[in-house]
Design a protein around this ligand. Structure first.
Ligand SMILES: [Zn+2]
Length: 342
């Protein structure tokens, strides 16, 4: 069941990726119903940020590139394993067909509720942490250009174990973040997303406040946003601020997760293929909307485009978070980033 309360929770639950780090897969292409490759992700090369390293090879089962994890503290060990375990299960079809896996840190000898332990946990192990700012977010890919202990994190925010109705949403949000950890980026942040999507910044929470801030800044000094010298505040927002990594932080922070990857310096080597509207890595149409109960497309932040046809988007391809999961495209890109090598 997908209740209105779940819809509202879904629109409020923040699923994101660190901007400093942030998917060849398969999607059904428009009218021809053919299958084509897609992606927006870290590059296959393991240089600065890339797929997790291959740790072992077996002639029968092939490469093994596990994402090794631990839970930060007692609260996390006591509350997160059932959610994270279900999120791992959403990736099962990709795990079965690639070198990717999720395994506890070796210091836990296979115990799934593995706690992080200073001096015992590997430096590159993924720390699963309850976030203090309420946000759910994760690193994107494996960081090869650092040896910093605990540099790989998955932070889960706002989860209340007493609210069991929220579990399917958290499981989906965590599964989305696991896609980031494996190296996948948001479909709606691809540099070419405007071909397949319409992004409406004015539908986001915070837009009215953003206009007020932009108006004030333009009034105080025209050079505060020089690109808007000949624009109204509304046009300045829609044509400049909402698509600029430089300005969203100051004037429209809720648009941050919609800025295209070409604006983010650390994503300039990310690889892109065909668009996948069913990916677990795309935001639902009404996520973050200031009118979450609008009749589609009214109030939609993201609208899917297929020629003249407009369609609603759901993270993981289904309005029901319990039924939503990884797409064929997500599986294909994981197979490319984590080839079995046999
Ligand atoms: Zn995300």
């Amino acid at each position: 069941m997908f209740s209105p309360m779940l819809a509202l929770l879904s629109s409020l639950l923040t699923i994101s990726a660190y901007p400093t780090n942030e998917d060849t897969s398969i999607t059904l292409s428009d009218s021809t119903n053919t299958v084509a490759r897609r992606w927006y992700s870290v590059p296959e090369m393991r240089v600065t940020t890339g797929p997790w390293p291959v740790k072992s090879f077996d002639p029968v089962t092939g490469n093994h590139a596990p994402i090794v994890y631990c839970y930060e503290d007692a609260w996390e060990i006591g509350n997160f394993p059932p959610l994270v375990g279900q999120a791992f299960s959403k990736w099962r079809d990709a795990i079965d067909r690639s070198a990717l896996d999720f395994v506890p840190d070796p210091s836990c000898y296979g115990i799934l509720e593995c706690g992080c332990a200073t001096g015992l946990t590997q430096p590159d192990t993924l720390h699963i942490i309850r976030s203090i700012d309420g946000q759910t977010k994760a690193v994107v890919g494996y960081e090869y250009d650092s040896n910093q202990d605990g540099r790989h994190t998955l932070k889960i925010g706002g989860y209340d174990p007493k609210n069991q109705e929220s579990v399917p949403l958290y499981v989906l949000a965590i599964a989305h973040e696991l896609g980031h950890v494996a190296g996948l980026a948001h479909e709606h942040q691809r540099p070419d997303r405007d071909i397949d999507l319409r992004f409406d910044c004015s539908a986001l929470v915070g837009y009215t406040e953003g206009i007020t801030k932009v108006s004030r800044a333009m009034f105080e000094d025209v050079n505060n946003i020089p690109e808007c010298r000949h624009l109204t505040p509304e046009k300045c927002m829609l044509q400049v601020v909402c698509s600029s990594e430089h300005y969203v932080d100051t004037y429209m922070p809720t648009a941050f997760e919609y800025v295209t990857g070409d604006q983010v310096p650390t994503w300039d080597d990310f690889e892109t293929g065909l668009f996948d509207p069913k990916s677990i890595m795309i935001y639902s149409s009404y996520k973050g909307s200031n009118n979450p109960t609008g009749q589609f497309p009214t109030g939609a932040v993201l609208v899917g485009l297929n020629g003249d046809e407009e369609f609603q988007i759901y993270t993981g391809g289904d309005a029901d978070p319990a039924a939503a999961g990884i797409s064929d495209g997500d599986i294909e890109r994981i197979k490319q980033l984590y080839p079995k090598g046999i």
